[in-house]
Ligand binder design. Structure first.
Ligand SMILES: [Ca+2]
Ligand SMILES: [Ca+2]
Ligand SMILES: [Ca+2]
Ligand SMILES: [Ca+2]
Length: 507
């Protein structure tokens, strides 16, 4: 038994090089064979001896680098044999390019079919990473921060790359601070690039930037991506108006895009908030833009601004989207459906479980997906739940919700499937109450329903529900802030039915 075990060990040891695994470690040596026990010191060395299908494991720790890591087309993988450059297990390799002078890029990927995973890339003199003439690559769970231009840029026809669960933050380009974006599929970028589960925050220019120069008629798709707080430096100061501060900048071109360059953008379940300028921004793009189940919150200039006429045959589609605390400025050519700024919806702070974004930058879940947080998720009783149109994407309840986060709640909390025989407004409970009370009402058929609070003088204090509600029992919670003790009235109006009841707040 012992003998078999020993043989197994030696078998594994012997075959490790044949399995084409290379190892890099901070205490390695490029004269080593590159095994796990005798690793290389540099990624460049490992790349130089790798062939398609190989995996290069980078052990945890900080690698101080001043030279650009360039991967040329002589190292193209194939669809069935990618090169893989990955963190070893859950170790965290940090490629620190802070010693570079301005203008030097960290990683220049000029090849196809590479899979990068789990690398942290910081401090480069220019882009943390540029995919340049590189297509069909996968960049997964990588982090780009404090680089001196855009964190990850895609250039020169780079196409069909997939950027999965990556973060890009605090990138800033001194001394002008006008160009550093989180993710930059811009200028000469190719078509078919796809971002999923990525976050971009605190970049001095934009979160995502699709500005065109030297390319046209390309498509970029984003799903489940968040961007916030762009237009500022890491310390929170504003370096000036050249630092644009848009969340998703969906194109544009020189001289007010006089060449009418088109960058088609598809955004699903994306969130933009707290940006210095705009959340979802056309910026003179004249290509098609499709925004589905997106959420914009508290972007200073506008949550959504897409007003300039598009090229002939191009379309702007905006459906199931949410805006709160910010402007929506869409041209009349927009094809709109079930957006929160449209009738019959009423959006208030009470529609959301939380408006506190502090956890947006929280660590990712095991596996790399975005953290589970309450921010901008719909609260029980929101009229935005199950109020969307079916866009062919998965949903819970009877219909898709509005906004980026599908709720576990069903429409207006229909706790039971029973359909009441008649309209009914229940007495609130508890009553008297402090700080919160619950009001239930029943609808025998789908109805436009409003539930409002009035004071003794008949002045309207709050709207707890407004909009189309399905048949069934509905429940709304009310937690008044800054109201004195006393008697208030709540009034339900639905489908010709109206009833008013008294409730008492006791501080
Ligand atoms: Ca700029
Ligand atoms: Ca930019
Ligand atoms: Ca509402
Ligand atoms: Ca739903």
């Amino acid at each position: 038994m012992k003998r078999i075990f020993v043989n197994l060990i030696s078998f594994l040891g012997l075959t490790a090089p044949l399995l084409a695994q290379k190892y890099v470690a901070t205490d390695g040596d490029d004269a080593n064979p590159g095994t796990i026990v005798q690793p290389f010191k540099t990624i460049t060395k490992a790349i130089s001896v790798a062939v398609p299908g190989d995996t290069i494991y980078v052990r945890g720790g900080t690698y101080l680098l001043t030279s650009t890591i360039t991967i040329t087309a002589s190292k193209n993988g194939t669809a069935s044999q990618l090169f893989t450059l990955t963190a070893f297990n859950d170790e965290i390799p940090i490629l620190d390019f802070s010693g570079q002078s301005i203008g030097a890029k960290g990683i220049s990927l000029r090849a196809n079919y590479w899979h990068f995973r789990g690398l942290q890339i910081k401090g480069a003199g220019d882009n943390g990473m540029e995919i340049n003439f590189g297509s069909n690559n996968i960049i997964e769970r990588c982090t780009f921060f404090e680089n001196r231009d855009s964190g990850l840029q895609l250039s020169n026809g780079s196409a069909n790359n997939r950027i999965i669960n990556c973060d890009s933050y605090f990138n800033a380009d001194p001394p002008d601070y006008g160009d550093a974006d989180g993710f930059a599929p811009k200028l000469t970028v190719g078509s078919g690039n796809y971002f999923y589960g990525c976050r971009a925050w605190g970049n001095c220019d934009d979160g995502w930037d699709g500005y065109m120069r030297g390319a046209n008629d390309v498509t970029t798709t984003l799903e489940n991506c968040w961007t916030w707080g762009n237009g500022y430096l890491k310390d929170g100061t504003d370096p000036g108006s050249q630092a644009n501060g848009n969340g998703f900048k969906m194109g544009g071109g020189d001289n007010s895009n006089s060449d009418q360059l088109m960058h088609h953008f598809i955004l699903r379940n994306c969130v933009a908030f707290n940006n210095k300028y705009k959340g979802f921004d056309q910026n003179n793009n004249v290509g098609s833009m499709t925004l589905l189940n997106c959420t914009g919150y508290n972007n200073k200039e506008a949550n959504y601004r897409i007003q300039r006429a598009l090229n002939p045959g191009q379309t702007l589609t905006v459906k199931n989207c949410v805006s709160f605390s910010g402007n929506v400025q869409l041209g009349s050519f927009a094809v709109q459906e079930a957006n929160s700024w449209m009738s019959p919806f009423v959006v208030t702070a009470e529609d959301f479980l939380s408006l506190d974004p502090v956890l947006a930058a929280a660590p990712r879940q095991a596996g790399g997906s975005l953290p589970k947080i309450d921010f901008m998720h719909l609260s029980s009783g929101s009229d935005l739940i199950d109020a969307g149109v079916d866009l062919g994407m998965p949903f819970k309840g009877k219909a898709p919700d509005l906004g980026a986060f599908e709720s576990d709640f069903v429409s207006a909390v229909t706790a039971t499937e029973f359909i009441p025989a008649e309209f009914r407004l229940d007495q609130n409970y508890p009553n008297p109450f402090n700080p919160e009370t619950v009001i239930k009402f029943k609808l025998p058929k789908a109805s436009l329903a409003t539930l409002k609070i009035f004071n003794l003088a008949g002045q309207e204090i709050a709207t707890l529900a407004a909009g189309l509600r399905i048949a069934g029992e509905h429940e709304v919670k009310w937690q008044p802030h800054d109201l004195p003790s006393g008697i208030y009235f709540y009034k339900l109006q639905a489908g010709g039915f109206a009833e008013t009841k008294k409730l008492m707040l006791q501080r």
